[in-house]
Structures are given as structure tokens and as C-alpha cells.
Design a protein around this ligand. Sequence first.
Ligand code: 3HC
Length: 309
Amino acid sequence: MSLQAQFDDTIRRDHRIEPRDWMPEGYRKTLIRQIAQHAHSEIIGMQPEGEWITRAPSLRRKAILLAKVQDEAGHGLYLYSAAETLGADRADLTERLIGGRQKYSSIFNYPTPSFADVGVIGWFVDGAAICNQVPLCRSSYGPYARAMVRICKEESFHQRQGYELLLTMMRGTEAQRSMVQDAVDRWWWPSLMMFGPPDTDSPNTAQSMAWRIKRHTNDELRQRFVDMTVPQAEFLGVTLPDPELRWSAERGCHDFGTPDWAELRRVIDGDGPCNAERIARRRDAHEGGAWVREAASAHAAKRAAQAER
Ligand code: 3HC
């Protein structure tokens, strides 16, 4: 059996491709593209909520937020490690992010003007992440799927802490309730866009599904997120900002309006509300940490020289 035939047979039998297995170059490139951009999203995703760590309204909220933001850093590291098993170089991936030659999720280019945004990010963004990432636990590439298992366990804490924060605010003052509704109004549509362009305009989906890297299409996962979130919004007592949102008995799911795909394209192309700020901060952090990387390399070289004596 040829190497290609062995690869095809492994995918067909829904078994895992491991780093030492032969794989088509296109499969490897697609994985590096998706895993690297997923990792970049985790690291950039630390910024919007990180801005609230020093301003959290209580020690409890500060501790929860600290834990969550630290988790995102860990998610990024798992995913960069998974990308390295494909031959990618972490420093090169970071340069590609900072240089605008690789993407990160559009959702992290929106501002967080109130503490209610921290709750809505947990509820919507981490909720959307759960919809997107649980199927990736069955991705055909072993290291990616295994990283997803650990990440998804932590995502459920992220989603619950956000929703619990909002429940608390909704039981508070009228001002707190309107802060929550304002955040819901600002984050709902960007959260639907997070799942990617419509299937009719998704150049990577067909091949990624054939290779069982992706297990569902962008529209399927978007629909799953809407259906999961509507009852949560009703229980919370907020209104989702979509006049077309309604249950369709015929389809067995919710009908909803069309996201502004031109906005998604603009934000992906770098013209979102916070793109420049997010990349500038990532660049500063990378440059500011150069001394740590240099010290670690010098230490490793010294240890290697001692080992050779
Ligand atoms: N933001 C930025 N770029 C996006 C995007 C978005 N929301 N949606 C799509 N794109 C890009 C794609 O990367 C692709 O560009 P590329 O070919 O240069 O990479 C192009 O738009 C066309 O999109 P496709 O649908 O054809 O691309 P994919 O098949 O790769 O689907 C995806 C896009 C659904 C994001 C898929 O890559 C995916 O599932 N990735 C893994 C999950 C992920 O990265 N999530 C990002 C959020 S991280 C997160 O949620 C962290 C949590 O802790 C909050």
C-alpha cells in the first residue's frame, strides 16, 4: 500500500495521524495554518479581559479573571507545541503574527469598556469556543485533538464564570442590568462572525472536512451556538439583538439574521476597532521578553558545554 493510500485509509477509518506518520504536504500546511492561528488567538485573546484584572470589582473576581487569562496563555502554549510537531518554528510563527502574515480570531479586536464585557466574553466567546473546539477533540491530527481535550475542560470553567458574573449583575442595580444588555448588544454579532465566513464563502472548509481536521462546517457550528445561547439569554433576562431570531419548528432550530460579512472581512483584514492596539501590545511583549529568551539560550548553551566536558 502506498504512503498516500495508507494516509487515506487512516483518515477513512477515523484513526489519528501522528507526527512521525507520512502526510501530504497540504495536510501539514493546513494544520500549521489552523493550529498556529488558533494559538495566536489564545495569546491575543488574553488582552481584552486582561485590561480588567487591575480593575476587577472584588478580590474574588480578580482571582477568577487571573486564572482565566492564565489559562488562555497555557492554551496558546499547548497549541504552539502542537504546531511544532509539524515542523513549525515558534519564533517564526510569532514573527508571522506580529508581521500580519498570520491571523488570529476577529473576535479579539473589539473593545471592553465595562466589566460586563468580561462576563459576556466568557458567556459568548468561550461558549462559541466550546462549540468550535469540542468537535476538534476528534480532529484527525493526534497532537491537535489531544490539546483540545485539555483546553475544552478549561473552556467550560471560562464559560461558566462569565455567565455567573452576568447572573450576579442582573440581580444588581438597573445600571448593572443595562451594562449587561449593552455588552450583549456589542458582542452578539461579532461572536457569530467568530465561526468564520458562511459555508458558501469558506475556501478551506471542504478540504479540512475531507481530511477530518474540521468535523463540522462554519454554519453548522454557528447554528449550534445560537441554539445553545437563546435559552441562556432568556434565563438571564437579556435580549439578543436580532429581530429575525425565532424558533423554527419546521427546521428544529432557530432562524436568525445575517451577520455583517463585510465587517468580518474588514476586521480580518486589520481594520477592526482594536487590531493595531492588539498587535502593538503583542510586539511590545515579545520585544520586552527578548532578554528572557536570550538568558535561557545562554543557560542552555552553558549546560550543553558542561555536559560535553
Ligand atoms: N477571524 C480571523 N480569521 C478568520 C475568521 C475569524 N473569525 N474566520 C475565518 N478566518 C479566516 C481563515 O483563517 C481563512 O484565512 P486563511 O486561509 O488565511 O487562514 C479565511 O478566513 C477563510 O476562512 P475559512 O472558513 O475558509 O477557514 P477555516 O476553514 O480555517 O475556518 C476557523 C476558520 C473556523 C476559525 C477554523 O480555522 C477553526 O476552527 N480554527 C480553530 C478554532 C479557532 O481558531 N478559534 C479562534 C478563537 S480561539 C478561542 O476561541 C479561544 C477561547 O479561549 C476564547
